[in-house]
Ligand binder design. Structure first.
Ligand SMILES: [Zn+2]
Length: 224
């Protein structure tokens, strides 16, 4: 592990994620509605897409930048100067954006999941064409399993979760089945205790699964 590489990755993660709070704030709208033009709480104008820092007076950017630094530094520490590292660093940007939007409004917009798939899966297919078959099988298995849960009454899964889980399983399929399994189990180890705590404290709220799915993939990428 090169300390310089980890620091560089962390700087890239923090710098790129500084632009995400505003984009997440604008895109966190109910299905079918146009991007938000002003903050619903403080009324601040959000018309421009590209602006670093907090999106408005009632938001903070530091936490997002800290998470951005972390999700870039961890793969750098685990993968070193592997050709896989730039792929995971670039994928972390739309990944973090998806997590922020899901936390704000329980949605994983299709177009953004498609961007994530394009950034995370296509370069892996070019780099490791011999693994494409297994990766697609992993994606198809997870797609089918999650779709069945989503279609159950009270399954608690949205179709956005199903699509993101399938994309992440395809991505992890390039690394092998152990990575896919870790990526599937970890999200429930994260959301399970949180859901239980909310149940015990009677703070009823629907828990977004997207951030946990993305965390699971990060754990799989960095540990398997
Ligand atoms: Zn505001």
């Amino acid at each position: 592990m090169s300390a310089q590489l980890v620091v560089l990755a962390a700087v890239f993660g923090a710098a790129s994620s500084a632009f995400l709070p505003r984009v997440a704030h604008r895109l966190a709208v109910p299905f079918g509605q146009p991007p938000r033009a002003a903050c619903a709480s403080c009324g601040q104008d959000l018309a421009a897409w590209v602006r670093a820092g907090r999106s408005c007076r009632c938001s903070r950017a530091y936490a997002v930048m800290l998470v951005g630094a972390l999700v870039a530094a961890l793969p750098a520490a685990a993968l070193g100067s592997s050709p896989l590292l730039p792929i995971h660093l670039l994928a972390a940007v739309p990944g973090l954006l998806l997590a922020l939007i899901d936390v704000r409004c329980l949605r994983l917009p299709d177009r953004l999941v498609a961007v994530f798939a394009l950034v995370a899966v296509v370069p892996l297919a070019v780099l490791r064409p011999e693994r494409i078959g297994w990766a697609l099988v992993a994606g198809a298995v997870v797609l089918t399993a999650y779709l069945m849960v989503a279609l159950l009454p009270g399954g608690g899964l949205g179709l956005g979760d199903v699509k993101l889980a399938a994309v992440l399983a395809t991505m992890l399929g390039f690394a092998g089945w152990p990575a896919v399994i870790v990526g599937l189990v970890v999200p429930h180890l994260i959301n399970g205790p949180i859901a239980l705590a909310m149940l015990l404290t009677r703070r009823g709220r629907v828990l977004p699964l997207g951030p946990a799915l993305l965390c699971g993939a990060l754990v799989a990428v960095t540990t398997v």
